[in-house]
Design a protein around this ligand. Structure first.
Ligand code: GAL
Length: 332
């Protein structure tokens, strides 16, 4: 049994690794492998938000990983997807491997990572390398991942923004991403200018198959977290307000690529309209219980971003609710 400390709604409780350093893994996730939980994410800088690569929202390290047997004591495993050298064509720091997600491929026996790649200086933009999908893979969960591909899925246009991965029971996998179809950041979006898409992956999860779908009901949504429960597919999302917190909305469907229906905000209680001051990161199953991991972005110092973990509750019709609690007991 472990206790995950979320703190009060306005706190940023930090987690320290076994070396006494802050667990610094932004917008990633937790994967179970080799009998351990492995928590990974982008290592950010101890600085406030700043433009043109001057701030804390970018990385000059890469994606890092920590492991734990009990979800409470975290040991640093190192950098699994490093930035390149300063004269590297693609991976020159600072950059963002934003929202990295890792899944295991049973056929190739490799771990596969997809992320939204934001090239140096790591600010969102419309140039090449600032809004593409980056695919990397590794034979072990915590080794150094090899970059396989940097590209824009579907038709090489359509900027890649927030993203995640989903593996179905039959091991088919999808890259779910916010596909941005405009040449500028418009404050008022036209229909489907930014809409979530599901791209079916090849058997080795390294590439797209050519099968994809626009999830029309999930127009203007990001931070996608897809999971399956009792034969139903769920997608938890946030609104498009950058680092500012907003209201989560979830969707249900009988298929990952069509028929999504909005079910409204799953959060209840105080600060339900700001997802308890956080943005969804990943849904994870711990011993048969589903939890939502969210990040409390801290734009005054990105090293102080914290995480909250909340159990998902379901009624007899599969409707979901999420309640806040300062401490959450987890059976590990
Ligand atoms: C959020 C997104 C974060 C980050 C931020 C930058 O909407 O989920 O991952 O990209 O915007 O503005």
């Amino acid at each position: 049994m472990a206790v995950f400390h979320n703190g009060t709604l306005n706190e940023f409780p930090l987690i320290y690794d076994t070396n006494g350093n802050v667990l610094n893994a932004s917008d990633g996730g937790i994967i179970c492998a080799d009998g351990c939980y492995h928590w990974y994410g982008l290592a950010l800088r101890p600085l406030p938000f700043g433009k043109n690569g001057s701030g804390g929202q970018v990385s000059d390290k890469g994606v890092v990983m920590y492991r734990s047997k009990d979800m409470s004591s975290w040991e640093y495993e190192g950098v699994i997807l490093p930035v390149g050298t300063s004269n590297d064509t693609y991976l020159k720091p600072p950059l963002r491997f934003e929202r990295p997600k890792i899944i295991y491929n049973r056929k190739s026996e490799r771990y596969v990572l997809w992320s939204h790649f934001v090239a140096c200086p790591g600010d969102h933009g419309f140039t090449d390398g600032s809004a593409e999908a980056l695919v990397a893979s590794c034979e072990s969960v915590n080794g150094e991942y090899r970059v396989e591909k940097i590209f824009r899925p579907i038709d090489r246009s359509g900027y890649v923004r927030d993203c995640s991965l989903f593996v179905d029971d039959d091991q088919s996998a999808y890259f779910i991403y916010d596909r941005h179809m405009s040449e500028a950041f418009n404050p008022v979006l036209k229909p489907f200018e930014r809409c979530l898409h599901a791209v079916k992956l090849t058997d080795d999860y390294i590439d797209e198959t050519g099968e994809w779908a626009r999830l029309d009901d999930c127009d203007g949504r990001e931070a996608p977290c897809m999971f399956k429960r009792n034969g139903m597919y769920y997608l938890i999302t946030s609104g498009l307000t950058g680092w500012q917190y907003n209201e989560a909305v979830y969707y249900m469907s009988t298929s990952p690529d069509k028929g999504w229906t909005s079910m409204g905000n799953p959060c209840t209680g105080e600060m339900k309209e700001t997802t308890f001051n956080s943005q969804p990161t990943q849904v994870m199953d711990i011993k048969g219980r589903l939890y939502l991991l969210c990040e409390r972005h801290n734009i005054s110092n990105f090293l102080m971003c914290s995480h909250i973990l909340l159990p998902l509750e379901f009624d007899g019709n599969g409707r979901m609710t999420i309640k806040y609690s300062e401490n959450v007991n987890i059976e590990t």
